[in-house]
Design a binder for this molecule. Structure first.
Ligand code: FAD
Length: 645
């Protein structure tokens, strides 16, 4: 097997010294936020307390979608919450004298949808949304670049309207209320076959550390296997095993009924299925190890074989399994197995367009324009989000640290909500509160919750992920190599793909490889061999500890190696980098390998989301599904609980 013996590139070769836009954010608002988080919090009240400053979002030019560097869970957004978790006592809140009908913790899709449902039921209601980030949308964040005079957009998190089951009337109703006719837009805006029309295909990058040599195999799924694997650093046995697995004609569980096969596949990992039943070469296991990371954030060692069948992974055709899920399957595969999934609609900034649409509905003059097309290109006026006297206010960089009833939960007429902003603990009051944040933080915000409910909420360990947006001046290397998307089983980033092509209104995707484009690179930090939750915990700690420079060096090195044959030069071709780090990413879903098979009503997410007096719990954790429709439906349930509907 040939081995590459080239010396590793220097930082200079990689372009680590180039003045691209990546750290501008660190010199601005984030640094201020990070600094504040490190000093003791000011006591809320007292005659020596300095007056409140003008908030960053109220200052001219405030426009976070354009910020680069470390985004997602950005510096300054999480430190207060971690102090709370670590038991630090906070000073008493400075009461602002503001009273609302509803305060919502978290301005992601679920929090924004909760405001929409509440205001629909009570059009005169006064609502305040508080979010710890410097931008709204939660995971549905927008990365906006200007490269050589062209606006280029990518999703910083939530990628698309796409779910394992069709959108319900509730979820679809929200889309329609904000002007999104998903079926019509799916037909008119998506250019799904654009790259294929240029002859570009999917590829696999075999790295020398895992497979012995660097090699890009182009044409996954489109070329005959023998052609695709020619030159790949794999033995003939491994190549034959891949072909056998992908063809999938063998029944690896002969003599069992479909139901018996499903029951067996539910309890073994896909890795064990490939190893022990399909009996593939060990190199094939390495090749498929990261295939499940996009859906679940962990490798095939931690996902059941039946769940992989439910998401169309190879190796099952010969088993002749009956269509449909069985109890115990994960949320995603069960949904796909039963319904085939929802329609697919990707906006250029992902579901940030949905978040913008909800903000426009709630605070109309903050988002210029009225059409769905203008949602994509509008420059949101952040100074209009939080104005005195307005019925809906959206306050950013505000971490909620306490939600308490003003008296006993059953009889209190109000809740007090305390939050930290600019180093100060501030207080507001409301008739109702929706917690549209993460389940795991709720016990710290509402310590009065019953112990069993807190224990159930603590079980929600979210999946950590990194979505990185890399702005490139042209994509000639991709065109030369004939690929638009690369799977890298051994890479720091598992996938690197050119931005999806969508034309909507004035926003036109690039058509020529000479134009600027964006690459999305995904990483899901985890540690194979442990339970899914243990892997998530380790990955989350890794994400918080990884500085931007480490991501940047890996981006440059990996793209340089993968695209070397196309002439890609990481030092000159990269224009900007935004690393969207999500230590609290996907909502946890049921995993049949590790979770007890208990009735729905006994599951932790159902027990955890119970209403508590004037406080209700929304967000996608509460529905145990990492999807936008779940986030919306949970908001609907939470508001209905509060209003007694
Ligand atoms: C990288 C990534 C890609 C995804 N892709 C898709 C996709 O393509 N399609 C899909 O349907 N779903 C996708 N999802 C799932 C996504 O989580 C949901 O679709 C949806 O956006 C979740 O909305 P939410 O409001 O429930 O949670 P979030 O988006 O997490 O919003 C909760 C908000 O509350 C804030 N918060 C937490 N604690 C506090 C506090 N104490 N004080 C104030 N604010 C607080 C959080 O920081 C956050 O901003 C993706 C998720 C990730 C991470």
């Amino acid at each position: 097997m040939a081995r590459n013996r080239r010396p590793p590139p220097s930082d200079r070769d990689l372009g680590m010294d180039r003045p691209i836009t990546r750290r501008d954010f660190m010199q601005g608002a984030a640094l201020a936020g990070a600094g504040l988080a490190a000093v003791p919090l000011l006591a809320g009240c007292g005659h020596r307390t300095p007056p409140l400053r003008t908030a960053a979002q109220d200052q001219p030019g405030y426009y976070p979608p354009r910020l680069t560097g470390l985004r997602g869970s950005h510096p300054g957004s999480f430190e207060t919450a971690h102090r709370l978790r670590d038991g630090q006592r906070l000073p008493a809140a400075l009461e602002l004298g503001e009273e609302y009908d509803l305060v919502i913790v978290g301005a992601g899709i679920s929090g924004l949808a909760a405001a929409h449902f509440y205001r629909t039921a009570k059009p005169d209601a006064r609502v305040l949304l508080l979010d710890n980030h410097d931008d709204f949308g939660g995971h549905a964040k927008r990365n906006e670049f200007e490269i050589d005079g062209r606006m280029r957009l990518l999703n910083g998190g939530t990628y698309a309207i796409e779910s394992p089951r069709p959108y319900s009337d509730v979820a679809d109703g929200v889309l329609r209320a904000i002007g999104i006719d998903a079926p019509a837009l799916a037909k008119s805006t998506q250019k799904k076959d654009f790259y294929a029309s240029l002859g570009l295909a999917q590829s696999v990058f075999f790295d020398r550390e895992t497979f012995g040599a660097d090699h890009l195999a182009v044409g996954y799924g489109t070329r005959p296997w023998a052609d695709f694997l020619r030159g790949a650093p794999l033995s003939d046995v491994a190549k034959r095993d891949i072909e056998r697995l992908e063809a999938g004609h063998v029944d690896y569980l002969p003599g069992l009924s479909s139901a018996e096969k499903k029951a067996r596949l539910l309890r073994i990992s896909y890795r064990d299925y490939l190893k022990d039943l399909v009996k593939v070469d060990p190199a094939v296991l390495d090749l498929y190890q990261a295939r499940t990371k996009g859906w679940w954030g962990v490798g095939i060692d931690a996902i059941s074989a039946l769940d992989c069948w439910g998401t169309d992974m190879p190796g099952f055709k010969g088993l002749n399994l009956q269509p449909g899920s069985i109890p115990g399957m994960g949320f995603t595969p069960a949904g796909f197995a039963d319904t085939g999934g929802s329609l697919f609609l990707h906006f250029p900034d992902g579901n940030a367009t949905v978040a913008r649409g909800l903000v426009r509905r709630l605070i109309p003059d903050a988002v210029p324009g009225s059409s769905v097309e203008s949602l994509v290109t509008a420059r949101v006026d952040y100074r209009r989000l939080d104005r005195d006297g307005e019925p809906v206010r959206l306050r950013l960089s505000s971490t909620v640290v306490g939600v308490h009833h003003d008296g006993a939960p059953g009889v209190a007429g109000q809740v007090r909500v305390a939050y930290v902003r600019d180093g100060r603990v501030l207080g507001v009051r409301a008739r109702h509160c929706v917690l549209a944040c993460y389940n795991a933080i709720i016990p710290y915000l509402v310590p009065e919750l019953p112990a069993a409910q807190k224990a159930a909420l603590h079980q929600a360990i979210k999946t950590p992920l990194v979505y990185t947006s890399v702005a490139i001046r042209h994509w000639r290397a991709f065109a030369t190599l004939g690929t638009h998307s690369v799977y890298s089983p051994g890479g720091y980033f598992s996938t690197s793909r050119l931005n999806g092509t969508v034309d909507i209104g004035d926003y036109l995707s690039p058509t020529s490889p000479d134009e600027p484009n964006l690459i999305c690179m995904t990483r899901t930090p985890c540690k194979a061999g442990l339970t899914e939750h243990e892997q998530n915990r380790i990955g989350r700690a890794e994400l918080y500890a990884t500085p931007f420079e480490v991501f940047e060096r890996n981006i440059r090195e990996q793209l340089g190696r993968t695209l070397a044959g196309g002439g890609f030069d990481p030092a000159t071709d990269i224009a900007a980098i935004t690393v969207n780090r999500w230590p609290h990413g996907y909502a946890p879903e049921n995993n049949p390998l590790f979770d007890a098979d208990v009735p729905e009503a006994e599951r932790a997410y159902v027990r955890g989301r119970a209403r508590f007096g004037r406080i209700a719990i929304a967000n996608s954790d509460a529905g145990a599904g990492a999807y936008t429709d779940v986030a919306i439906e949970q908001a609907h349930r939470a508001v209905a609980e509060l209003l007694g509907a």
